[in-house]
Design a protein around this ligand. Sequence first.
Ligand code: FAD
Length: 487
Amino acid sequence: GSVDLECDMLVLGAGPGGYSAAFRAADLGLKTVIVERYATLGGVCLNVGCIPSKALLHVAQVMDEAEHMAVAGIKFAKPEVDLDALRAHKDKVVGKLTAGLAGMAKGRKVEVVRGLGTFLDANHLEVELSSGSGQDKTGEKKVVRFKQCIIAAGSAAVHLPFIPKDPRIVDSTGALELRTSDGKAPAKMLVIGGGIIGLEMATVYSTLGTRVDVVEMLDALMQGPDRDAVKVWEKQNAQRFDNIMLKTKTVAVEAKDDGLWVTFEGEKAPQGPQRYDMILQAAGRSPNGKKIGADRAGVVVTDRGFIEVDAQMRTNVPHIFAIGDVNGNPMLAHKAVHEGHVAAEVAAGETQGKSELARSAFDATVIPSVAYTHPEVAWVGFTEEQAKKEGRKVETAKFPWAASGRAIANGADYGFTKLIFDAETHRIIGGAIVGPSAGDMIGEVCLAIEMGADAVDIGRTIHPHPTLGETIGLAGEVAHGSCTDIP
Ligand code: FAD
């Protein structure tokens, strides 16, 4: 067929990985085209992920804090929630960001082709053009010829096969829509999956007045972080949820007029079907690798739909790269962004003979994770458990926030900051923080790991007093004191 558009670099998907890669490629002089099926740039993260969830979590936090102020002698009236206005607020936050991205694409002369892309071969992608706010097909097609390509097709929520289609059953995208028939949040909700996404949405809905149950197949909620940190989160949330069902399987869901009836299996599973008004499926996300005709380009896709890459983000086809959720875990926006930069730099270095760019590579040792729940849980690098499992000798230092003036003043004396050091070098290899703003603080621990800091470096860095961030320096001092062979 005929070619409608030619470019040096084609980026498939405009999520955090895709737009970061496209902008970097354009900045480095490559003629760049983005293919995106949706009307706005930003992918899952901006449209239906990180950003709208944080807009809602912020509102929930203000409501929770207002209630907590009673201990300081300040009483507010019970908040009235206007879900339509809240939805509009959230959409406005998202709109500002996606409009900003569109401007940035224009400023860099990155062409955006709107439609569903499928590979024809290793140098051509066919786009079924779409219009409107969703993926409405216009019936037209465009073929783009590219010299190099970055696949940034992302991931989608897993839908359990036995769960029927019903407007009351949603994934995270549906939950963020705050759908309501009577202007109120649902009375009783089941969250399937006790990972970060499920617990963040459970936090929002519980604050809005919904009674929430959480069901999880594994033996603990929040699998990633330090168990001590999760324990603090659990204690703070003991009142928030009705029933947390661990080691429990959801085996059947029946959508009836009078509610959604759910059957569970497991030692502590409730007997007989339980009734809910809403169900959130948050049992994981699956990569979009199988949906783009990758085989026609010769790109290998695993059974689960991932596209494997080397440290330079190259697939088995050297001029085709894959970044972000589609190339593997952890499925996080900041991972996608950094991988996008690497892929674009390698590609540009190759094309333009700039060897220093072509050597760019991704080192995944320090990818932080954050559960933006109340309180937040943030962690990076090794947990104590992982380090021990790998046979590494470690020293840990924990600074309890009960000894932090600011944490006490803020009503957050339950939190802690924990650092993990290599026992021989005393270099920091991991950290965990639980408490308000933990996510904003963990970046310092990432930097310390990246810079090869040891306990003395951290402890002797002057932190502002009184702040929650000070607890990182204080944990460094705790470690410093316990590492007796340090001068
Ligand atoms: P995506 O953002 O998934 O973007 C892929 C894009 O490709 C999409 O826009 C899609 O439409 C497009 N696309 C796919 N196939 C085609 C095709 N064939 N043709 C055209 N276009 C195509 N991560 C964090 O780091 N922090 C958070 O706080 C956080 N919160 C989250 C909350 C929720 C509710 C969810 C669901 C996710 C959250 N994540 C968070 C994860 C984060 O959203 C993802 O890791 C991130 O969006 C991945 O970026 P990406 O560029 O790989 O892909």
